[in-house]
Design a protein around this ligand. Structure first.
Ligand code: SAM
Length: 270
């Protein structure tokens, strides 16, 4: 606290000396947030231009037990290379973060579309006309493929539908409440991105069995597509039983995960 008090006093003294009065500070909801970073002999003061964390897109009202951060979900989709040029599926969609971000990417909807404000809009030199110009509607892309989202849990699926409505992408996603084991969708050349339970926050009785089922379904029902699985449960991932074409290290919060890609062929890849 000592460092932040010194900085606050210095800023207050500056204003008193130059303008004859101290600025008043709302400590619960400040208009201007100043970060102090001290490393060895150097102190850096910076003004936070964003305010509320950028990953909060503003569309999520309902979340399940283990929702993905929206920014991580968008990043996973970009890593998979999917840009809306084929069908997309998340068969364990929870609160719907992956299909919603996919629908926004496919239609070129800016990620901050639903955000109320940025901290820099309260700065003295904020130029509302310039802001209006740079945020003029970007061209919405037409999306002609399908996005499938399903989950075994009815309440999670309901959350996903509510969030999709808020993000104005509900009509771009086909929802189903079903066990992935019984999901029967005809996909070709599609991208499947999913985030199954890891057994960390969500308790799953037979995690290895669940991953084995995922592998079996991918191989037998979804040949001809590309699947990506994010999981921190490295041991369970082995039960998928397919050889990953790529293994990428990603962090889901503090959890070190693998983001594995499986190219699904019928028979053996030559
Ligand atoms: C880690 S959560 C997914 C979170 C999601 N990515 C989000 O952002 O909210 C895993 C989801 O898998 C679902 N699930 C577990 N077993 C399933 C199964 N056999 N078939 C379909 N969904 C399943 C759970 O209900 C849960 O919603």
């Amino acid at each position: 606290m000592f460092a932040s008090l010194k900085v606050k006093d210095a800023i207050a003294d500056y204003f008193r000396e130059n303008f004859g009065k101290r600025p008043s500070v709302d400590t619960d909801n400040p208009d201007i947030i100043i970060n102090v970073h001290i490393f060895q002999d150097n102190c850096t003061l910076s003004i936070d231009s964003s305010g509320e964390s950028l990953h909060k897109r503003g569309y999520r009202v309902k979340q399940g037990d283990a929702p993905l951060n929206e920014v991580l979900a968008a990043g996973m989709i970009y890593i998979s290379g999917w840009l809306g040029n084929s069908d997309f599926m998340d068969p364990m969609c929870g609160s719907g973060t992956l299909p919603i971000e996919a629908a926004m990417i496919a239609q070129n909807i800016p990620p901050a579309k639903f955000r109320k404000e940025f901290a820099f809009q309260l700065w003295n030199d904020f130029d509302p006309l310039l802001w209006e110009k740079v945020t003029e509607p970007v061209e919405k892309r037409e999306f002609r493929h399908k996005i499938y989202a399903s989950d075994i849990s009815g309440s999670n699926l309901l959350n996903a539908q509510t969030n999709a409505r808020r993000a104005l992408v509900f009509n771009k996603i086909q929802f189903a409440c079903t066990d992935f084991k019984n999901l029967d969708i005809d996909l070709d050349n599609a991208t499947i991105v999913t985030n199954p339970p890891y057994g960390e926050r969500l308790k799953e009785n037979d995690l290895d069995g669940l991953y084995a089922m995922i592998g079996e379904r991918l191989k037998h029902q979804y040949a001809g597509n590309s699947a990506w699985i994010l999981s921190s449960s490295i041991d369970s991932l082995k039960f998928v039983g397919l050889k990953p074409a790529q293994r990428i290290d990603l962090f889901n919060g503090a959890l070190k995960c693998k983001f594995n890609n499986y190219r699904l062929f019928e028979g053996k890849e030559k």
